[in-house]
Design a protein around this ligand. Structure first.
Ligand code: SAH
Length: 373
């Protein structure tokens, strides 16, 4: 732990508040009051906490300085997505995206400013790594967007910039606070963590916040290809990754994310291997079996969902998206093999707000400084 880290009152758990307020000699119930101001009512400072004695509010402001990032710009997509650029006091830039949907909105938020994992097709990876976000900064993105769009119930996707399992302490704390009954009280199945997969940490996430959804950025069906394009995969071979996944039983749902790249990972052999992986089996040989046979062979096994993703262009990326008709037949193979497979194009690509496009560039032409509406 870096002790030079600034304090993070926005990310304090209820028990941390109990300790802090006890040290100030305040009665115990004050901790719950502060916590619910912050996390149920989404207060943005101590001044709003009007049922606290003024003296206590002033003590808190001195002792635990409030450091909120500023909203440095917003951009609205034709399809209704709205991207927010945040800038922290030290200049760290990170983005969050409001994603409207008929069945309730999702808020896609960042866990790091930048990212150090350098996946070949991802703009965030190219922008380099600035720093981990504090739990309070993760929560601030959620609350700012929920307030701006008048949301009381929504999904949270840790799918913005950065790798949640590389900033696991803050990620876990933010998720625990979001599900806390005295906070937003979001059901764990409304919280999705997207990860490239880091050894030991999938299991730890499953233990520390049971019931959340996991999205594993698989993208390739062989270890060789996976580590060529996702450098992080070098330290976590596919058999180990799937073994850890199968032991982490508390997730409500596990989705394998699969980015279709023309001529790279979209063959019939890939579809067959992906079907086996979605049944929890790492295939030894590359061969194409009739999908119905796979379905009966793996009937008794767990299945993971598959989400096929259309590539969003990232500047300088050498890849092209798989043509639509081929993506459909890839999806049909999986379905016949007994896998739930969705194929969605992501929203927000016109404002560089879609998956893999968040670069946190203040100078990005897509980011205006105007209001949201
Ligand atoms: N680090 C986490 C979360 C951030 S990225 C992870 O790796 O999962 C969220 C998702 O967008 C990941 O599945 C990522 O692989 C995907 N992605 C990255 N670049 C993309 C691109 N250009 N087009 C579509 N999806 C992309």
């Amino acid at each position: 732990m870096d002790t030079a880290q600034p304090v993070d009152p926005q990310g304090f758990t209820l028990s941390a508040w109990e300790r802090e307020l006890a040290e100030l000699g305040a009665p115990r119930y004050r901790a719950e009051q502060v916590f619910s101001w912050l996390h149920a009512r989404r207060a943005t400072g101590y001044a709003a906490m009007t049922n606290l004695p003024r003296q206590l509010r002033e003590q808190l402001a001195r002792r635990l300085p409030w450091r909120a990032a500023a909203v440095a710009g917003t951009a609205r997509s034709r399809d209704g997505a709205v991207k927010y650029l945040f800038r922290a006091e030290d200049g760290a830039a990170f983005e969050a995206v409001f994603l409207p949907a008929a069945r309730g909105a999702s808020l896609c938020v960042s866990v790091q400013a930048g990212c150090s994992f350098a996946c070949a097709f991802c703009a965030t990876g190219r922008s380099g790594f600035q720093r981990n976000l504090r739990a309070g900064e993760i929560l601030q993105q959620v609350y700012t967007l929920a307030e701006a769009h008048g949301l009381s119930s929504y999904r949270v996707l840790l799918m913005g910039m950065g790798e949640p399992l590389a900033n696991l302490d803050a990620t876990v704390r933010a998720l625990q606070i979001l599900r806390h009954p005295r906070g937003q009280a979001l059901a764990p199945r409304r919280l999705t963590v997207s990860t490239v997969g880091l050894r030991g940490r999938i299991a730890r996430l499953a233990r520390e916040v049971p019931g959340v959804e996991l999205a594993l950025s698989l993208h390739f069906t062989t270890q060789e290809q996976r580590q060529r394009y996702l450098p992080a995969a070098r330290r976590f071979p596919l058999p180990d990754l799937f073994a850890e996944l199968s032991r982490a039983e508390s997730f409500t749902k596990v989705t394998l994310e699969y980015l279709l790249l023309a001529g790279v990972n979209d063959t019939a052999e890939d579809a067959a291997a992906l079907a086996a992986l979605a049944h929890g089996v790492v295939p030894r040989a590359r061969k194409v079996e009739p999908p119905a046979r796979l379905r009966s062979r793996f009937r008794a096994l767990v299945t993971y969902h598959v989400n096929l993703i259309k590539l969003n262009p990232a500047a300088g990326s050498p890849f092209l998206p798989t043509p639509y008709a081929q993506a459909e037949s890839f999806q049909n193979y999986l379905k016949t093999a007994g896998i739930t497979a969705t194929y969605r194009r992501s929203v927000g690509s016109d404002i560089a707000a879609a998956c893999g496009m968040l670069a946190g560039q203040a100078a990005s032409a897509a980011v205006g400084t105007g209001g949201v509406r």
